[in-house]
Design a protein around this ligand. Structure first.
Ligand code: 1CP
Length: 345
């Protein structure tokens, strides 16, 4: 796939090459900070948008057309796997995701259906429509949620600040947690391989809430499953990006799973992380997304600071340390992307 792309900066950087400038895309680039997103969102529910390939493609294309990024990311959500497994998922305005049937007991865990790939066929269909629209211009990134992050939503039943119930399960009923995590991991392997077969050019595993875990718990309840998933992907020329909030601490463990790229949160110095990793692992990151609320002069300065630090490093993809917040001004996002694209090593 990647050899036929007009702009393959992202793929080359992901495979550890020094590119003429850093490729740029942003997590949550197709979302609520865009007025054009709301024009679509006002007509459909979030899950309808995900499940209708033409609409998912329309939203995926918004940042491609309006921001000029170097990689598109499939419009979907990490929680669609949990829904396919039997989670009664809804997205409520201003509240976020909700599962009406949280998974908290062995009986709940046993009900989770791992034979659910056909229910996710709409994602493969969306990928095919998006690839027609992209027409070889830039790579399309597919993704899935990592088992621990998905587990946290299934157990809590919603977003959580402290992951109290999830941690209670890890501590008091580790065998139950492992049973659920293994089911999610099995589905995730099939799901990402389905995305690869449908034509994505890269995949990212989102372990957004791993930062809640201690070092040992991260190894046992998160890394163990992420490693399994990464090792079972039909990778060939498809780079695998491993993202976690907490990567500033967990990067050495993440590297053991052998992703092509580690996507780093904003706490660490990116060059230090890069140089501490085994040769050949690229990094993605790591501007603090809150910088995008600031004056343009500040946005420019902070982006340039990051570039000067990363100058000459092979395998660097510019991104944020986490997703764009819904109320960040669109103009600032656009300005940040233009600033990255002007840069030359
Ligand atoms: O542009 C893109 O990045 C592509 C689409 C995308 C992706 C990659 C969406 C659209 N969600 C995600 C992944 C996702 N979803 C993550 C991992 C990335 C991250 O950490 O930012 C997580 C944790 C979720 C869970 C989720 N879905 C939340 C977070 C709630 C919380 O716990 O803090 C929310 C609000 C959603 C709904 C959602 N997903 C995507 C959008 C645009 C929305 C908002 C829906 C709406 O308009 O109400």
């Amino acid at each position: 796939m990647s050899t036929t792309l007009q702009n393959d900066l992202l793929i080359r950087a992901a495979f550890g090459q020094l590119t003429e400038r850093p490729p740029v895309w942003m997590m949550r680039q197709a979302g609520r900070f865009m007025p054009e997103y709301w024009e679509i969102k006002n007509k459909y529910s979030f899950l309808e948008m995900c499940k209708t390939p033409e609409i998912a493609a329309d939203v995926t294309m918004l940042p491609v057309d309006l921001l000029g990024i170097d990689g598109a990311i499939l419009f979907s959500d990490i929680l669609v796997t949990a829904e396919a497994m039997g989670g009664d998922l809804s997205f409520e305005q201003g509240v976020g995701p909700r599962f009406a049937n949280p998974v908290r007991s062995l009986a709940d865990a046993e009900k989770l259906n791992t034979d659910c790939l056909p229910k996710l066929e709409y994602v493969a269909d969306a990928i095919k429509v998006i690839q027609q629209r992209l027409n070889g211009s830039i790579p399309l990134i597919g993704f899935a949620g990592a088992p621990f992050t998905i587990l946290s939503y299934l157990v809590e039943g919603a977003s959580s600040k402290d992951f109290k119930l999830t941690k209670l399960m890890l501590n008091n009923e580790p065998a139950l947690a492992h049973k659920i995590l293994q089911k999610i991991a099995d589905v995730t392997v099939e799901y990402l391989n389905m995305q690869i077969a449908a034509g994505v050019n890269a995949v990212q595993l989102f372990d957004s809430w791993a930062l809640a875990l201690s070092w040992n718990d991260y190894k046992e309840f998160s890394h163990y499953y992420n490693q399994q998933i990464i090792s079972k992907l039909n990778r060939k020329d498809i780079p695998v990006i491993s993202f976690c909030k907490g990567s500033s601490v967990f990067a050495p463990i993440m590297a053991e799973a052998k992703p092509d790229v580690i996507s780093v949160d904003w706490n660490a110095d990116l060059k230090n992380i890069k140089q501490s990793l085994p040769q050949g692992i690229a990094v993605q990151g790591n501007l603090d997304p809150f910088v995008l609320y600031a004056d343009k002069k500040v946005i420019r300065e902070k982006i340039h600071q990051l570039f000067e630090r990363m100058r000459g490093e092979e395998g660097f993809i510019f991104n944020l340390g986490h997703g764009i917040m819904p109320d960040i001004p669109f103009d600032n996002v656009k300005y940040a992307i233009e600033t990255v694209k002007e840069f030359r090593y």
